[in-house]
Ligand binder design. Structure first.
Ligand code: HEM
Length: 482
């Protein structure tokens, strides 16, 4: 059981819950716009309270906005809740191989152990020089933009940064999209997330009957991505063959996974390894890049915080070089800015689970098979839970600096990386990447402008990860007047 109701009142059933009125057959599905689903769920929380119902065609969902109930459900995994069967279906139909993110039960346990081994601090430390090289390429790309007076497309450049970073760490591959032209792997990766998300909420599977140009492009992208993943695996196998000592001390996640798969009775094969190569690329790309883009936007909106973050970057990285791992550890204010950005702009603002057995959430009975949609941002931006909730205040994350709002309270309520046994295994790496990119941006450049073409607040676009739309940045090299 997930949480017990506090009084002996009767449990509420699905039909007892409030919720927006739907239509026959489709229920609320026609009201759902998957690109702004999180905003709709948050708005309905305002109307129906922290727990309400939705019907998504044949599926029933209980929507939960209360952070304590959400945390209880997230912790009750893998036995109480799983990722949804719909996600698995859509993923497989697209021709993609599954990895730890979509796995459940015993298969998830096995893959999670394998993936966690790759994120041990010693490994991340050994990889750090490669991350510094990726950061230097980002600097070169932005120097070029500064010299040409060109506007930087923040999402695009930051995704090149995160793809290069994760490919290096996880696969030992120098992908170098930062210095490439258009036809790079992330052009294809970028199609996958939106397509998966759109299909999960599509009222009808039109792509099966009338494939559009977009659907056909997607088939090509799946083939390209699968070929790239196979290429990483072939390179990994070759390295293991040429250097058998790597079997004892694998130098990256891919090698570790291949070694694990080769163990007798491992239950793993190259296909599962491929699924996790793809998972790393997808899970590590948009999330970190979008978080960085939102953070740069929020800092630009908050000049005092930007000034403090800049001063810290220039003090710690006085030589203008990308920070060492020890210097990364000194960027406390920038880290606080990252946490505050994720509170206000969590790139995973909703997390859908599916009950594996009958359980309860607060006073609501959740039958096996029911979807539970967690609205992650509601309480984190509510005055009832967070002091001065609408304000961008990195100080609230620095213990003792903010008597009204201890860091631990903010941490408990804002869960940008999820919670419980399935919490994001890449969270420390993501913070290192974020601090690295911010340190080189703030120490090497002066930001001249960050904004959208219309000057309006960037729209929040949800495509599994939530992105700012149309955010551009102009910079000049620090110490120049150009
Ligand atoms: C700011 C950056 C990131 C954010 C906000 C983020 C957020 C999340 C969230 C919310 C989940 C779901 C957790 C849950 O269900 O409780 C997740 C899962 C996951 N993330 Fe991240 N993530 C980020 C970066 C990364 C990176 C860099 C990697 C790896 C390279 C990564 C790999 C994964 C994997 C493998 C899972 C699935 C874990 C499982 O199901 O056991 N993430 N992430």
């Amino acid at each position: 059981m997930t949480t017990a109701p506090t009084t002996a009142t009767r449990l509420r059933e699905f039909d007892d819950l409030p919720g927006p009125r739907g239509v026959p057959v489709f229920g609320n599905l026609l009201q759902v716009d998957s690109t702004r689903l999180h905003l709709q769920l948050e708005q309905w929380c305002e109307v129906y309270g922290p727990i309400y119902k939705l019907r998504l065609g044949p599926r029933s969902a209980v929507v939960v906005g209360d952070h304590e109930l959400i945390a209880a459900a997230l912790r009750d995994r893998p036995d109480g809740f799983r990722r949804t069967t719909k996600l698995e279906q859509v993923w497989t139909e697209l021709g993609l191989t599954g990895g730890v993110f979509g796995a459940n039960g015993e298969s998830w346990r096995r893959q999670r152990r394998m993936v966690m081994a790759a994120f041990d601090p010693g490994h991340v430390r050994r990889y750090h020089p490669a991350l510094q090289r990726v950061a230097l390429r980002l600097v070169e790309r932005w120097q070029q933009a500064a010299r040409q007076g060109a506007a930087i497309d923040l999402r695009e450049d930051l995704m090149r940064f995160t793809v290069d970073a994760i490919a290096g760490l996880a696969f030992g591959a120098e992908v170098n999209t930062l210095q490439s032209g258009e036809d790079v792997i992330q052009e294809h990766l970028n199609r996958l997330f939106p397509a998966v998300f759109k299909r999960i909420f599509a009222p009808l599977p039109t792509w099966r009957w009338f494939p559009s140009a977009e659907d056909r492009a997607l088939v090509r992208s799946v083939a390209e991505v699968n070929a790239a993943v196979d290429g990483f695996i072939a390179q990994g196998r070759k390295r293991l063959q040429e250097n058998p000592a790597l079997r004892e001390h694998p130098s990256n996640l891919l090698e570790a996974m291949l070694v694990a798969a080769d163990e007798p009775d491992s239950g793993m094969d190259d296909r599962q390894v491929a699924g996790n190569v793809l998972t790393m690329l997808l899970a590590g790309e948009d999330t970190t890049a979008n978080t960085l883009a939102w953070m740069i936007h929020l800092l630009w909106q908050n000049p005092d915080a930007l000034a403090k973050a800049t001063a810290e970057a220039r003090r710690v990285c006085a030589d203008g070089q990308p920070p060492t791992i020890d210097q990364i550890g000194q960027l406390d204010y920038i880290e606080a800015c990252a946490h505050e950005s994720m509170r206000l702009k969590p790139v995973a603002p909703q997390n859908t689970m599916q009950a594996l057995r009958d359980t309860t959430l607060g006073d609501v009975h959740i039958p096996a098979g029911m979807l539970v949609m967690a609205v992650m941002r509601r309480d984190a931006v509510s005055e009832a839970h967070v002091h001065d909730a609408a304000r961008f205040s990195p100080e609230r994350w620095l213990a003792d600096d903010h008597p009204n709002q201890s860091a631990s309270a903010a941490k408990r309520i804002s869960m940008p990386f999820g919670a419980g046994p399935r919490i994001c295994p890449g969270r420390y790496l993501a913070l290192v990447e974020i601090k690295m990119a911010m340190a080189v941006l703030l120490s090497r450049f002066d930001i001249l402008d960050v904004g959208t073409a219309t000057g309006e607040e960037p729209r929040e676009l949800l495509q599994l990860a939530m992105a700012p739309v149309g955010l551009k940045m102009r910079v000049r090299e620090h110490g120049t007047s150009g």
